[in-house]
Design a binder for this molecule. Sequence first.
Ligand code: COA
Length: 155
Amino acid sequence: MTVFRAYDHRRDAAAFRALNQRTFRDSVPPGEPVDEAEFRKHHAWLLEHFAPQDPARSTVFVAEVDGQYAGHIWIGTQTDFFTRRVDPWIFDISVLPEFRRKGIARGLHDHALKHLRATRQATVGLQVMAHNDVAAKFYAKLGYKARASSLVRKV
Ligand SMILES: CC(C)(COP(=O)(O)OP(=O)(O)OC[C@H]1O[C@@H](n2cnc3c(N)ncnc32)[C@H](O)[C@@H]1OP(=O)(O)O)[C@@H](O)C(=O)NCCC(=O)NCCS
Protein backbone atom coordinates (compact mmCIF):
# COMPACT_ATOMS: atom_id res chain seq x y z
CA MET A 1 0.00 0.00 0.00
CA THR A 2 1.28 3.49 -0.89
CA VAL A 3 0.80 6.30 1.60
CA PHE A 4 1.57 10.00 1.11
CA ARG A 5 2.20 11.81 4.38
CA ALA A 6 3.93 14.79 5.95
CA TYR A 7 7.67 14.61 6.59
CA ASP A 8 8.60 13.54 10.12
CA HIS A 9 12.14 14.71 10.84
CA ARG A 10 12.96 12.12 13.51
CA ARG A 11 11.76 9.24 11.39
CA ASP A 12 12.67 10.46 7.86
CA ALA A 13 15.82 12.60 8.16
CA ALA A 14 18.33 9.90 7.20
CA ALA A 15 16.37 8.56 4.22
CA PHE A 16 15.53 12.08 3.06
CA ARG A 17 19.14 13.22 3.28
CA ALA A 18 20.52 10.20 1.41
CA LEU A 19 18.03 10.34 -1.48
CA ASN A 20 18.16 14.13 -1.78
CA GLN A 21 21.95 14.13 -1.76
CA ARG A 22 21.99 11.57 -4.55
CA THR A 23 19.55 13.60 -6.67
CA PHE A 24 21.43 16.86 -6.11
CA ARG A 25 24.75 15.17 -6.87
CA ASP A 26 23.28 13.79 -10.10
CA SER A 27 22.10 17.32 -10.93
CA VAL A 28 25.68 18.39 -11.58
CA PRO A 29 26.09 18.16 -15.35
CA PRO A 30 28.26 15.24 -16.47
CA GLY A 31 31.80 16.41 -17.17
CA GLU A 32 31.72 19.26 -14.65
CA PRO A 33 34.46 18.72 -12.07
CA VAL A 34 33.19 18.09 -8.54
CA ASP A 35 35.14 18.03 -5.31
CA GLU A 36 33.12 15.33 -3.50
CA ALA A 37 34.04 16.53 0.00
CA GLU A 38 33.07 20.11 -0.91
CA PHE A 39 29.85 18.85 -2.44
CA ARG A 40 28.91 17.01 0.77
CA LYS A 41 29.67 20.16 2.79
CA HIS A 42 27.52 22.20 0.44
CA HIS A 43 24.70 19.67 0.72
CA ALA A 44 24.85 19.86 4.52
CA TRP A 45 24.63 23.66 4.20
CA LEU A 46 21.57 23.37 1.94
CA LEU A 47 19.80 21.19 4.50
CA GLU A 48 20.66 23.59 7.28
CA HIS A 49 19.69 26.68 5.30
CA PHE A 50 16.47 25.43 3.68
CA ALA A 51 15.58 23.15 6.63
CA PRO A 52 13.12 20.50 5.42
CA GLN A 53 11.91 20.16 9.04
CA ASP A 54 11.00 23.85 9.36
CA PRO A 55 7.48 24.63 8.07
CA ALA A 56 8.42 28.31 7.76
CA ARG A 57 11.00 27.43 5.12
CA SER A 58 9.98 24.11 3.61
CA THR A 59 7.13 21.72 2.98
CA VAL A 60 8.01 18.07 2.52
CA PHE A 61 5.79 15.09 1.80
CA VAL A 62 6.97 11.50 1.89
CA ALA A 63 5.75 8.45 -0.03
CA GLU A 64 5.84 5.15 1.79
CA VAL A 65 5.24 1.79 0.17
CA ASP A 66 4.31 -0.96 2.63
CA GLY A 67 6.01 1.03 5.37
CA GLN A 68 9.20 1.65 3.39
CA TYR A 69 10.50 5.10 2.47
CA ALA A 70 10.03 5.34 -1.30
CA GLY A 71 10.41 9.03 -2.16
CA HIS A 72 9.68 12.62 -1.30
CA ILE A 73 8.78 16.03 -2.63
CA TRP A 74 10.48 19.08 -1.11
CA ILE A 75 8.97 22.50 -1.71
CA GLY A 76 10.48 25.81 -0.68
CA THR A 77 10.18 29.26 -2.18
CA GLN A 78 11.81 31.28 -4.91
CA THR A 79 11.82 35.05 -5.25
CA ASP A 80 11.03 36.20 -8.79
CA PHE A 81 13.96 38.24 -10.11
CA PHE A 82 11.73 40.77 -11.91
CA THR A 83 8.79 41.17 -9.53
CA ARG A 84 10.14 40.05 -6.14
CA ARG A 85 7.07 37.81 -5.84
CA VAL A 86 7.76 34.81 -3.62
CA ASP A 87 6.37 31.64 -5.16
CA PRO A 88 6.43 27.99 -4.13
CA TRP A 89 9.36 26.24 -5.74
CA ILE A 90 10.04 22.52 -5.98
CA PHE A 91 13.56 21.86 -4.74
CA ASP A 92 13.37 18.11 -5.23
CA ILE A 93 11.11 15.27 -6.24
CA SER A 94 12.87 11.95 -5.92
CA VAL A 95 11.80 8.34 -5.90
CA LEU A 96 14.15 5.48 -5.06
CA PRO A 97 15.04 3.51 -8.21
CA GLU A 98 13.24 0.33 -7.13
CA PHE A 99 9.94 2.26 -6.81
CA ARG A 100 10.07 4.21 -10.07
CA ARG A 101 7.49 4.08 -12.89
CA LYS A 102 4.71 3.14 -10.48
CA GLY A 103 3.09 6.57 -10.24
CA ILE A 104 4.74 7.51 -6.94
CA ALA A 105 6.21 10.84 -8.05
CA ARG A 106 2.92 11.74 -9.68
CA GLY A 107 1.15 10.85 -6.42
CA LEU A 108 3.57 12.98 -4.40
CA HIS A 109 3.05 15.85 -6.80
CA ASP A 110 -0.78 15.52 -6.62
CA HIS A 111 -0.57 15.49 -2.84
CA ALA A 112 1.60 18.64 -2.87
CA LEU A 113 -0.72 20.42 -5.33
CA LYS A 114 -3.67 19.84 -2.99
CA HIS A 115 -1.67 21.43 -0.20
CA LEU A 116 -0.66 24.40 -2.40
CA ARG A 117 -4.27 24.95 -3.48
CA ALA A 118 -5.44 24.77 0.12
CA THR A 119 -2.88 27.43 1.04
CA ARG A 120 -4.06 29.57 -1.91
CA GLN A 121 -0.90 29.49 -3.99
CA ALA A 122 -1.36 30.40 -7.65
CA THR A 123 1.74 28.87 -9.26
CA VAL A 124 4.53 26.48 -8.53
CA GLY A 125 7.86 26.38 -10.36
CA LEU A 126 11.07 24.44 -10.48
CA GLN A 127 14.40 24.17 -12.24
CA VAL A 128 15.23 21.14 -14.32
CA MET A 129 18.78 20.46 -15.43
CA ALA A 130 19.31 20.25 -19.19
CA HIS A 131 20.82 16.76 -18.98
CA ASN A 132 17.93 15.32 -16.94
CA ASP A 133 15.73 13.99 -19.74
CA VAL A 134 13.66 11.77 -17.44
CA ALA A 135 12.74 14.67 -15.16
CA ALA A 136 11.96 16.87 -18.18
CA LYS A 137 9.54 14.21 -19.51
CA PHE A 138 8.01 13.75 -16.09
CA TYR A 139 7.42 17.50 -15.60
CA ALA A 140 6.07 17.92 -19.13
CA LYS A 141 3.59 15.11 -18.44
CA LEU A 142 2.48 16.93 -15.29
CA GLY A 143 1.74 20.13 -17.20
CA TYR A 144 4.85 22.26 -16.59
CA LYS A 145 5.80 24.68 -19.36
CA ALA A 146 9.20 26.29 -19.86
CA ARG A 147 9.24 29.92 -18.74
CA ALA A 148 12.96 30.58 -19.17
CA SER A 149 16.15 28.69 -19.78
CA SER A 150 19.50 29.43 -18.20
CA LEU A 151 22.55 29.50 -20.44
CA VAL A 152 26.22 29.27 -19.59
CA ARG A 153 29.52 29.28 -21.51
CA LYS A 154 33.18 29.11 -20.73
CA VAL A 155 34.96 32.45 -20.47
C1 COA B 1 11.74 11.81 -12.13
C2 COA B 1 11.25 10.82 -11.08
C3 COA B 1 10.94 11.58 -9.78
C4 COA B 1 9.95 10.16 -11.59
O1 COA B 1 9.46 9.33 -10.55
P1 COA B 1 8.46 8.11 -10.84
O2 COA B 1 7.79 7.73 -9.56
O3 COA B 1 9.18 7.04 -11.56
O4 COA B 1 7.42 8.79 -11.84
P2 COA B 1 5.92 8.32 -12.14
O5 COA B 1 5.86 6.83 -12.14
O6 COA B 1 4.98 9.05 -11.23
O7 COA B 1 5.77 8.85 -13.63
C5 COA B 1 4.76 9.76 -14.05
C6 COA B 1 4.96 10.01 -15.53
O8 COA B 1 6.22 10.69 -15.75
C7 COA B 1 6.82 10.20 -16.97
N1 COA B 1 8.06 9.46 -16.67
C8 COA B 1 8.51 9.07 -15.46
N2 COA B 1 9.69 8.42 -15.58
C9 COA B 1 9.97 8.38 -16.90
C10 COA B 1 11.02 7.83 -17.68
N3 COA B 1 12.05 7.17 -17.09
N4 COA B 1 11.02 8.01 -19.02
C11 COA B 1 9.99 8.67 -19.63
N5 COA B 1 8.94 9.20 -18.95
C12 COA B 1 8.94 9.07 -17.61
C13 COA B 1 5.80 9.23 -17.59
O9 COA B 1 4.95 9.98 -18.43
C14 COA B 1 5.07 8.75 -16.36
O10 COA B 1 3.78 8.29 -16.64
P3 COA B 1 3.58 6.74 -17.17
O11 COA B 1 4.41 5.85 -16.28
O12 COA B 1 2.10 6.57 -17.03
O13 COA B 1 4.09 6.74 -18.57
C15 COA B 1 12.28 9.67 -10.82
O14 COA B 1 12.71 9.17 -12.06
C16 COA B 1 13.48 10.11 -10.01
O15 COA B 1 13.47 10.06 -8.77
N6 COA B 1 14.57 10.54 -10.70
C17 COA B 1 15.80 10.96 -10.01
C18 COA B 1 15.60 12.26 -9.26
C19 COA B 1 15.27 13.39 -10.22
O16 COA B 1 15.89 13.57 -11.24
N7 COA B 1 14.28 14.20 -9.81
C20 COA B 1 13.85 15.35 -10.56
C21 COA B 1 14.77 16.48 -10.41
S1 COA B 1 14.48 17.45 -8.99
